[in-house]
Write a protein that binds this ligand. Structure first.
Ligand code: RFL
Length: 404
């Protein structure tokens, strides 16, 4: 690192400065290094934090194909488990959709996001990739000008600056890339008004399917993560503190909403992690702002109802790597404009299906003066009934559920 003549700030440079070491940033970093492009990843957290942060777990078949294309799916094939069934539980009973046998006949691979991040990081370091942990990007400057740069706070607290030809904003929903968008940039937002208490239980899965319970008390969800760990969701009131409910209350509520008395008990165990997720989404109007390119959650947030976020992040990272390689080789940004247009089409498809799923699983506050209204409740029941009985509807569901 060198001392800048002008600003007494530590200065470094890379052709592409990647902000964030989540799925988007690490897939991108791997592909840039493989293409021989000079890049660095700047990550605010430390290594152990990103390798243990539990989030997504359901990888779409196309995500696995993307990672396979670049030799990044070894861990997934070794430890991931394929998964192709979901079960809906309602007051009328339960039904299963074997979605692996519907639509395009594809299934998910269950592989925890923290394991994917660990694999991607190991591959990146093995290939000689540069990464700085504990380095927080503060802002992206001059993205529309000739000399873009990123200001950072180094692990020892000192300010620094990274000069770049391009900056890839892969630093998620609260990152510096989003904060650095020009004043005219538009983010289209939608808040479903619904919140989930997200739980990780040290307990084996209770059913061999993703479980979606639609209940007057609110939605409950069950998703396997590993033979020992299960993710559960409970719809809760907006603003509920994550630690408000005791473990006993959580399990009792899960039992009620999942209708354990009718369909079999849930395997209980200690709750090892909790968070509250407000179901909201947003999409930027363009993923390109001069030399600043957005990917993953920095570009669009999807509510977790249809598990699209991590899958979009991987897809976008692959497209961005190709576009950056072309832009650097040709010295113009046409490929980067195409990157934005192409991704927005995928993003809006994912948002559309997510909205459909969110509407299927919850009473949406504000949709009607009376939340539990007969009208909207009846529509939801009709939609579930159609999904239970119509092969055409099931094929449509399966195609969208596993695809992006
Ligand atoms: P990430 O994973 O948030 O990574 C961003 C990285 O940037 C770092 N960072 C910064 N670094 C430097 N300077 C700054 N100023 C920085 N600010 C932030 C952060 O420390 C982090 O390491 O974004 P990325 O790569 O775009 O990946 C997106 C996915 O993580 C996200 O979409 C999914 O986790 C969403 N999601 C799910 N997606 C699925 O596809 N399937 C699922 O089953 C699924 N389940 C979930 C989820 C998200 C959840 N949370 C976050 C509420 C379950 C949960 C509970």
């Amino acid at each position: 690192m060198t001392e800048s003549r002008n600003c007494r700030t530590l200065c470094e440079s890379a052709d592409v400065v990647v902000l964030g070491a989540g799925p988007a940033g690490l897939v991108l970093g791997n592909l840039l290094v493989a293409a021989g492009i000079d890049c660095v990843v700047l990550e605010r957290a430390d290594r152990s934090h990103i390798q243990t942060r539990a989030r997504a777990g359901f990888l779409a078949p196309n995500t696995v194909r993307v990672l396979d294309r670049h030799g990044l799916a070894e861990g997934i094939h070794r430890h991931g488990r394929t998964h192709g069934t979901c079960e809906f539980r309602t007051a009328e009973g339960r039904f299963r959709l074997d979605y692996a046998a519907l639509g395009r006949g594809e299934q998910h691979t269950v592989y925890p996001q923290q394991n994917l991040v660990t694999d991607l990081l190991a591959r990146y370091l093995d290939a000689g990739g540069r990464i700085r942990f504990g380095t927080e990007a503060l802002a992206v400057h001059d993205a529309d000008g000739a000399a873009p740069y990123v200001t950072t706070r180094e692990p020892d607290g000192r300010p620094a600056r990274w000069d770049a030809r391009y900056v890839a904003g892969c630093d998620g929903r609260h990152g510096a890339a989003r904060r650095s968008l020009p004043p005219g940039a538009v983010r289209h937002r939608h808040d479903y008004g619904v919140s989930w208490l997200g739980l990780l239980a040290e307990a084996p899965p209770s059913l061999d399917a993703v479980g979606y319970a639609v209940h007057d008390r609110g939605f409950a969800g069950h998703m396997a993560r590993s033979p020992q760990i299960t993710r559960y969701y409970l719809q809760c009131g907006r603003g509920l503190p994550a630690d408000a409910w005791s473990e006993e209350r959580i399990w009792d509520e899960l039992d009620l909403r999942m209708r354990a008395a009718d369909h079999g008990p849930l395997h209980r165990g200690p709750i090892i992690e909790r968070c509250v997720v407000d179901l909201a989404c947003d999409v930027v109007d363009s993923l390109r702002h001069g030399s600043l390119l957005l990917a993953g959650d920095a570009a669009s947030l999807t509510a977790p109802a249809a598990a699209k976020g991590a899958n979009l992040a991987v897809l976008e990272a692959e497209l961005l790597a190709g576009a950056l390689a072309e832009a650097l080789a040709q010295g113009n940004g046409a490929a980067l404009d195409r990157y934005s247009t192409q991704c927005l089409a995928y993003i809006w498809r994912a948002q559309e299906f997510t909205q459909w799923m969110t509407g299927l699983l919850h009473a949406i506050p504000g949709q009607d003066p009376d939340e539990g209204s007969f009208f909207h409740g009846s529509l939801r029941r009709a939609r579930l009934d159609s999904l239970r009985t119509s092969r055409a509807h099931q094929d449509w569901f399966a195609e969208n559920y596993v695809g992006v």
